[in-house]
Design a protein around this ligand. Sequence first.
Ligand code: 5AD
Ligand code: SF4
Length: 471
Amino acid sequence: MQLPDLCIAGNRIKTDIEYIYDEVKIAPIYKGKKYFLRTYGCQMNVHDSEEITYYLESLGYIKTEVLEQADIVVLNTCAIRENAKDKVYGYLGRCKHLKKEKKDLIICLCGCLMQLPTEIEELKKKHEYIDIIIGTHNLNELPQLIKEKNKQQIEVYSNSDKVYENIHYSRDSKISAWINIAYGCDKFCTYCIVPFTRGRERSRKIEHILEEVQYLKEQGYLEITLLGQNVNAYGTDLALGYDFADLLERVAKIGIPRVRFVTSHPWNFTDKMIDVIAQYDNIMPYIHLPLQSGSDTILKKMNRRYTKKEYKELFDKIKAKIKNVSVTTDIIVGFPNETEEDFQDTLDLVHYCKYDGAFTFIFSPRAGTRAATMEDETPIKEKEERLKRLNEVVNKYSLENNQMLIGKVVEVLVTKVSEKDENKICGYTDTFKLVNIVGEKDNIGKIVKVKITDAKSFSLDGKIVTEQVNA
Ligand code: 5AD
Ligand code: SF4
């Protein structure tokens, strides 16, 4: 058993990254048994769940959406804010209850929360019925741990200097795929737990990524999204003479119709990146550019490495050079001792950028991060009230931007039946706007032209106007 310890910001030793090419060989020894997998948090976790699914299905398990039918339950957890953690513990209550009736049920917890020593201690003390606890750095050990399920097993590594290649995924979609380009984060924004849960920044080598893109193209995928906590830092750790702009260009040239990437950090978003995005029609004109705060004082306390002025300049460059680009953002309100004036600076930036959308959060102290120890006098009521005011402004602009599309014809990659209305289909525009569409289900998996008929803050309505434009 290996217990994690929190690494200290800025005090880590850089070692060479080891690339591991093992094939995990798995026999289907649990044929006919059922798995229930629940994923919390960001796209990284969603993509990790596709790896977990591969392991479970290779062991012979088949998927169930009904917890009570499961022989194994896997909760892929998130640690980003306290409410993400609360959801996991809430669900664990149901699992515990089920285990009382079903003694052979295997309960497995994985994901970011498992990287926190305090959580492991609590789970060991109060949740002894959990069979397997596995961290974010060694998912490939899951099949073995399942086979050895005779005692509570905890396999968590505090950090990693490894990049696994040859990972197999059972991807959720046959149309749109995630591709990891880098793991971890070295930025250490003072509020953020990610550098502790995902470890130091490790880039995959360009040839491995390109091979995966080529493979997905041959499989018929129409869209890929390059994934990293901070994609524009891609390659820095390798020092092999290529950067994210080079990667993006090489990926675009492979010719998958839609290439996306998340998430970008405003600090090292280069002109070269902007030029590549502007140059290739298959790189989608959509950028998620987390602001976090519009106040220079708060940005400094957050260790974000840019000022309000620098963010605005970058935003202007992006808007000027990339045709029809849409920009979304993340904003935190109520960072320790954020004043009304600081908050006004954030609102100012939102008025300036008129974002197409924003994910907004109240600061949630994460034990082990620098911000969690900062003095904070602002009452929660005031933070809630700021969030409300912020959301009103954010929603107003996203609605206005969406309304400008009414009557226009846009291209949509149709991915599934609409969640709102089973008689409709849905998908995303190139600018990453969700459209619910009146149209036949056989359009799923195609890029079609859609006339926008109505707009809301978070989605558009439309109808198909011509046949597909791209198979
Ligand atoms: N409290 C609130 N929001 C946070 N985020 C990250 N850490 C915290 C925290 N401690 C937000 C940031 C980030 C997004 C993924 O989650 O806005 O961009
Ligand atoms: Fe967290 Fe993103 Fe900052 Fe990294 S860059 S520490 S993932 S907010």
